[in-house]
Design a protein around this ligand. Sequence first.
Ligand code: PPS
Length: 312
Amino acid sequence: MSACGVYREQDGLYISCIFQEPVVKEALAYKPKPGDVFIVSYPKCGTTWMQHIVYAIYNDGIPPKDMDDFMRRAPFLEMLGTAAVDSMPRPGAIKTHLPYHLQPMSPEAKYIYVTRNPYDCCVSFYHHTRSFPAYRFAQEPFDKFFDMFVEGKVDYGDYFEHQISWYDHRNDDNVLVITYEELKMDPRAGILKIADFLGESYGKKLRGQPEVLERILNTTSLKTMKGFNEEFKKWTEKAADIIGQASKSVTMPAEVAEDLKKPMTGDFVRKGIIGDWKNHFTPDQIRRMKERIAEKTKGSTVMSLWKDVELP
Ligand code: PPS
């Protein structure tokens, strides 16, 4: 257990107590069914955006009815467990934040790995951690989170190890590695790439019916998704019950369970831009991040994913 009592180590995963131990265990043991599609990412790299894109591709750009409907159709495996995945209407996609070696793998399943540059990921993760009361981080400065991030002492551990674990599989037939920045710079091309990966018929449909592609672009735009923020905040008040129900007995510390009942304080779809690192990183933090990148990605070309993005 971490000093703040929020994080723990379980089965090789560094993770917060918001994720219940038996649920994480069953998630890691999940056996993918033929045709399963997983949306995988390190936190704050564009997961929810990708979930909405895949949902929209499957549903011709018709948005989910409400947040409950979306959560049911796009379940988060480590948080909600295998029952939520078993009852997911199909076609659907399952969310995980697992590194490759812990991800339930099957040659008959597909994996979309969405990734984002470490500077912006760190900034977004800071705002996430301070906005959910259960992390007990509301009053903490960016400086403190930055230290935790570069040390890999945040949810799902080390950013770089996570990236490299999936990047090494980028050429596997059933893995699509795509960046947040690529989607931002050309969402149309990104959506078509994702549709083709999901199945030839999906890509063909979007090329043949441009109005469906337009609808998908519209329902998954930053503007539309910002419109879900208030509803999402309300949903977070129910999160404690929903997460609690995923396990026979509540295994998180009582104080964390209590804090989980409080709504998220910030906006989940926050800025949604490339380059917010410029508003947060000091020159010293840039130097330390560069050192960390050099050390952790030695021998890997993973950082070339952002060769066209302005980074320090
Ligand atoms: S989580 O909690 O790990 O599932 O978070 P995740 O969804 O991976 O990442 C959240 C960030 O994605 C941004 N976002 C978007 N950006 C652009 N367009 C759209 N449609 C969109 N939807 C979500 C969201 O704002 C978070 O980034 P930041 O930088 O914090 O704004």
